[in-house]
Write a protein that binds this ligand. Sequence first.
Ligand code: FE2
Ligand code: FE2
Ligand code: FE2
Length: 309
Amino acid sequence: MLHWKPVTATLIGIAAICAPAAAASAAPLPSTEVAASTKANALTAMHGEAFAYAKYTAFAGEAARNGSPSISALFTRTAKVELTEHFADEAEIAGLVGSDASNLADAIAGETFEATTMYPEYAAQATADGCTAAAELFTEIAADEAAHAAAYTQALASLTDSSVAVPAAPTVDPVTVVASSPACSGQTQTNLEDAMRGEAFAQAKYRLYADHALQSELPQLAALFRGIAQVELREHLAGEAVLAGLVGTNEANLKTAIAGETYEATTMYPDFAEQASAVGDDAAARVFWKAGRQESSHASAFTAALQRS
Ligand SMILES: [Fe+2]
Ligand SMILES: [Fe+2]
Ligand SMILES: [Fe+2]
C-alpha cells in the first residue's frame, strides 16, 4: 500500500514546474553527444540488458530453490554485470539520466502511459482472450502505476516547494517467480512479454535516477526511486513472469541464457559497434565491442554450467 497524499498537478502543470526545478537541482550528468542511430542502438541494448538482469535474477532464484547453488551464483553474478556495467555504460551513451526534475518528468510520463493506456488495453485484451488471471493482474498493476505517477508528481512539486514532502517509498510485496508454463496464449502472451520488458527497463532506469538523486543530496527522492524500482521488478515483472512462463528448469533457463548471450555477442553488439564506428562515435563503439566480448564469456560460462549439470 502506498501512503501519501498526492498533489493535484496536471501534466501541463508538471511541464511548468520542470523549468525552474531543473535549475534548482543538480546539473545533468555529462552525456556524450552521439548520432541518433547510436542513441537508438544504445536504448535497444539497454532494454536487452535490463531484461537479462531481471531474467537471470529469476533464474537464480529458481536454481537456489532447486538445490543448485553454483548455478544460482552464476546467474546472480552475470545479472549484476548486465545491470551495473552494460546497462549503466549504455545509459551514458544514450544520455538517459538528466536533472532530477527531468528524470521525474520522464518517470511521470512513463507511469501515466502505463496506468491510463497500456495496462488497461492489455487487461481488455486478456479478457477478450479468456485469460482472467492476466486481466486481473494487468488491472491491479495499472492502479499501482497510477499511484507511482502520483508519488512522482508530488516529488517533482517538492523540488520547488519546500512545503511539499517527497512521499515515502512504497512497501514491496514480492512475488516468487516459480517455474511455470504460459497461462495465456495469443496476443496476451505477447503483451505479458512486452510488459515484462517495460518493467525491467523501468526498474533499471529508476536505479540510475536514484543514484543521481543521491548525488544531488536528495536521499528521500533516491529512496522513492529505489522503492518503486523494487515494485516494478519484484511485484509487477514477477507476477507477469509467472503467467508468461518465464522460468523453467535449470537446463531450460541455461539454454535460454546461452541463446540470448550468443545473439548479443555475435550479432547485436558487433552490428551496433560497427554502426557507431561508421558515424564516428568511437567511444560508443568501444562500449559495444566490450559488452559483446563479455557476452561471449557469459555464453561460455553458461555453456560450461549446462555441461556440468
Ligand atoms: Fe510503476
Ligand atoms: Fe510497473
Ligand atoms: Fe551477458
